[in-house]
Design a protein around this ligand. Structure first.
Ligand code: PLP
Length: 403
């Protein structure tokens, strides 16, 4: 439902110079999940519900399965599960491994930390490698780790670490892992799929997970899990951990007949069909290119506003920046949200109140970057932080149009 924010006219009289009509504004979402949903996707999902075992739905699911292979760069199955992305991660760990299995996890932020939490719960044998936030692990260090732990059966990595806005070189990491060991490679691709180049088969990953509310331009509620041939063998012959709903074995069996083991989120899968058609029509290389361009412009815009970048290897999905010196996060966020209608993501853990994160993942275009940088600039102005008016927006325009 369209819900403009209406504010008290009186309280805004002192800001009228800054913002013209200050008592009406649109809400705009710039968080790296959930991300905005295109109107055509919402309209498809608004159609009357159909039964999941009728041919009409199974035809849609079959098309979704094919388009997901295109998205992940694989000829192997990508199963659709009704749960958020974390459910897909849990399904992978609990379907592939058993109690005592030694698994290496790379923790360079909240989501790498999550792999470790899952492994500790399910196998109880986690070798966690901590990496400084904003940095990535090198292929050399991965090789070292695998040499130190030749009995590791799996290694869990994160392609785009959303908590720090940092992308790792998954191609190089997979190559290093494959060279050094037979460990299964589990990739959290939740904010990378649809933003960063990814080739599941060619790079030799065994599992890659994403979620509907990230690069797929969908509401939350689905996890998508790509599964390699050797991972399928292990899953199908497993005598491993107890599990029921989040079973990749059940999901794979149903996938083979374009079915799901349980009642799926029918409307979301229908919406996903629409979203995947959009990505296909744009072409996956163009989708990656668009994200690289938007990320580049966003970084320049932020820097022009005097904000330093947080990540040493910035993601194309989300830009993490330091709050300007002396700016209070709570006041900044409140002004951004209630007086400019813009929602961004806060910093987490040690970086709460110090950094914030701007999404350009999914349904965003060039003018959206002008909007968010313009919104940040208005917010800083409203907080009376000295700025050259238009500096941020100018940097974004230049990024797209040239000088
Ligand atoms: C959002 C996110 C997750 C968690 O997904 P949920 O859908 O919230 O369960 C995991 N990893 C990364 C990198 C994410 O961005």
């Amino acid at each position: 439902m369209f819900q403009p924010i209406l504010r008290n006219r009186q309280s805004t009289s002192n800001t009228r110079r800054l913002s013209g009509n200050t008592w009406f504004m649109k809400k705009r979402l710039f968080t790296p999940g959930p991300t905005p949903v295109p109107e055509n996707v919402m309209l498809r999902m608004a159609a009357p519900i159909i039964h999941h075992r009728n041919p009409e739905f199974m035809e849609i699911l079959q098309r979704v399965h094919e388009d997901l292979k295109y998205l992940f760069g694989t000829t192997q199955p990508v199963v659709v599960m009704t749960c958020s992305g974390t459910g897909g991660m849990e399904a992978a760990v609990s379907s592939l491994f058993k109690q005592g299995d030694k698994i290496i996890t790379i923790n360079s932020g909240k989501f790498g930390e999550r792999w470790g939490e899952l492994v500790r719960i399910f196998t109880g044998n986690c070798i966690e490698e901590k990496v400084e936030w904003g940095s990535t692990i090198s292929p050399e260090r991965i090789t070292e780790l695998l040499n130190e732990h030749p009995d590791a059966l799996g290694i869990c990595i994160t392609h785009s670490e959303t908590s720090t806005g940092t992308a790792s070189d998954v191609k190089a990491l997979c190559a290093a892992i494959r060279e050094a060991s037979d460990a299964l490679i589990l990739v959290d691709g939740i904010t990378a799929i649809g933003a960063h180049e990814f080739h599941f088969d060619d790079w030799g990953a065994d599992i890659c997970v994403t979620g509907s509310q990230k690069g797929l331009m969908m509401p939350p509620g689905l996890a998508l899990v790509a599964i390699s041939e050797r991972a399928q063998d292990i899953i199908n012959n497993r005598k491993g951990l107890p599990q029921y709903y989040l079973s990749l074995k059940k999901a794979l069996k149903a996938h083979a007949s374009n079915d799901t083991p349980f009642t799926p989120a029918v409307s979301l899968i229908i919406g996903l069909d629409e979203a995947l058609q959009m990505l296909r029509a744009e072409g996956i290389e163009n989708v990656w290119h668009r994200h690289a361009q938007l990320a580049g412009a966003c970084r320049l815009g932020c820097q022009a506003l005097g904000m330093r970048l947080f990540s040493k290897s910035p993601s194309f999905a989300v830009t993490a920046v330091w709050l300007p010196e002396g700016v209070d996060w709570k006041q900044f966020n409140k002004t951004l949200k209630t007086r400019n209608g813009i929602t961004v993501a806060a910093g987490q853990d040690d970086y709460a109140g110090k950094i914030f994160r701007i999404s350009h993942l999914g349904y965003y275009d060039e003018l959206d970057m002008l909007t968010v940088i313009g919104g940040l600039e208005r917010t800083l102005s409203m907080m009376e932080i000295p700025l050259k008016t238009g500096a941020g927006v100018c940097a974004v325009q230049r990024a797209f149009l040239g000088d």
